[in-house]
Design a protein around this ligand. Structure first.
Ligand code: GRF
Length: 197
């Protein structure tokens, strides 16, 4: 069984999708801890309501310590609004994944988070956007891509309507990747990720 940690800063709807998919046994794992750098994050309440250890912690050394103590196998960044250090990445090599609400390498990197991503997509006028789940390396959104899913951009889309449709796909794709990870079906070789479904 996979020991999972989820790091989240905001609403935690992706956390909720992981909780639901663990409860339904789609993911054979246990969420050992949810950590937030924001004490008011709704994600912390979702964790508590689900009976999961919820920790507000801003100090990265302490975060790493908690993850080690809890014996975490996979760290999921789900709306974690904090860049993590090289030391953190190296302590959990190929064990940290992130979800990003666009098709990387478009609309990602420094400054591309939250609603800004969708604003920029609409401003640019692309016909598709999407969701990316990737391994985390020391750069911003630069790690090897595990899975991507396309979301069409509609002519009458607003930031709200688009982000809502993208989130629905996020809630499907992130549990899918965690499940594959728990089944040991994801292999990384340099920048390439191979999946044996
Ligand atoms: C999601 O769009 C995720 O891709 C991005 O931040 C948002 C978090 O949403 N990294 P939630 O907190 O999971 O609802």
């Amino acid at each position: 069984m996979l020991n999972i940690a989820v790091l989240a800063s905001g609403s935690g709807s992706n956390l909720q999708s992981i909780i639901n998919n663990v409860n339904s046994e789609y993911i054979n794992g246990k969420i050992k801890v949810v950590i937030s750098n924001n004490k008011d994050a709704f994600a912390l309440k979702r964790a508590k309501d689900a009976g999961i250890k919820a920790v507000y912690e801003n100090n990265e050394e302490n975060v790493i310590e908690i993850l080690k103590t809890e014996g975490v196998d996979l760290v999921v960044l789900a709306g974690y609004m904090k860049i993590i250090s090289e030391k953190f990445v190296n302590s959990f090599e190929n064990k940290i994944i992130n979800i990003h609400p666009s098709l990387i390498p478009s609309f990602c990197g420094k400054g591309f988070y939250g609603k800004t991503v969708h604003e920029k997509v609409l401003e640019y006028g692309t016909k598709v956007t999407g969701v990316t789940v990737h391994f985390v390396d020391k750069g911003a959104d630069t790690g090897a891509i595990i899975m991507q899913e396309v979301v069409p951009v509609l002519e009458d889309d607003t930031v709200n309507s688009l982000s809502k449709r993208v989130l629905e796909v996020e809630h499907m794709l992130l549990p899918k990747v965690i499940r594959l990870y728990s089944l040991d079906k994801i292999r990384i070789d340099g920048r390439k990720v191979f999946i044996n479904e």
